[in-house]
Design a protein around this ligand. Structure first.
Ligand SMILES: Nc1ncnc2c1ncn2[C@@H]1O[C@H](COP(=O)(O)OP(=O)(O)O)[C@@H](O)[C@H]1O
Ligand SMILES: [Mg+2]
Length: 178
């Protein structure tokens, strides 16, 4: 457990359910000191994911999106290796544990949400992780988990998760640090 447990020095977490905004979800902010910790955080997140979940990763090149996705794949128990899907738009990793597959999308070269839609991803039966997906998934699913990764000067990362839609509002424990 050591590797998974030590990384996320929780800075601050708040639940934001503004009145009248049914889509408001939970926000979680953590500091991630190194690549191992990013992987570990992904493992925990992956264990919590289920079929129908849509996760969007934002952050500059080298932020750790693929590192996080590799962890998510391990947490889900899918067949690897999860690598940068740069030359394929989407790669499906089947489950080794009778769970949902991981569909790993690189939206970097997609010009529009319509092109993402054209991939005909099986959203309902998969856990879908989209790198560079900000602005690309609008309307694709009722609930979205956004993960924004910022790189700091000291090479640590600051990660902010924001879940919107009923999935993340109703199941806030998914995002709670353990
Ligand atoms: N705190 C950290 N979190 C994530 N990755 C880190 C961290 N510190 C250094 N790294 C390194 O940064 C690189 C991130 O690469 P990658 O996950 O492919 O990023 P992206 O997919 O966002 O382009 C890896 O080489 C990883 O080892
Ligand atoms: Mg990447």
């Amino acid at each position: 457990m050591g590797r998974l447990g030590r990384h996320d020095r929780l800075r601050d977490r708040h639940t934001d359910r503004a009145a009248g905004d049914a889509g408001a979800g939970v926000t979680l902010r953590i500091d991630v000191p190194d690549a191992d910790a990013m992987h570990g955080f992904g493992v925990r997140l992956g264990r919590a994911l289920r079929a129908g979940d849509l996760v969007v990763l934002t952050g500059p090149l080298g932020a750790g999106k693929t590192t996080l996705t590799r962890g998510i794949g391990e947490g889900l128990g899918v067949r690897g290796p999860v690598s940068s899907p740069t030359f394929v738009l989407a790669r499906t990793h089947p489950s080794l544990v009778d769970g949902p597959p991981l569909v790993h999308v690189d939206a970097y070269r997609l010009g529009s949400p319509a092109e993402l839609d054209d991939l005909d991803l099986d959203l309902e039966r998969s856990a879908v992780v989209v790198e560079w997906g900000a602005g690309m998934v609008d309307g694709m699913a009722e609930s979205v988990l956004e993960v924004r990764i910022d790189r700091r000067d000291d090479d640590t990362r600051h990660v902010e998760l924001e879940g919107t839609g009923p999935r993340w509002v109703d199941d806030q424990q998914v995002l709670a640090p353990r």
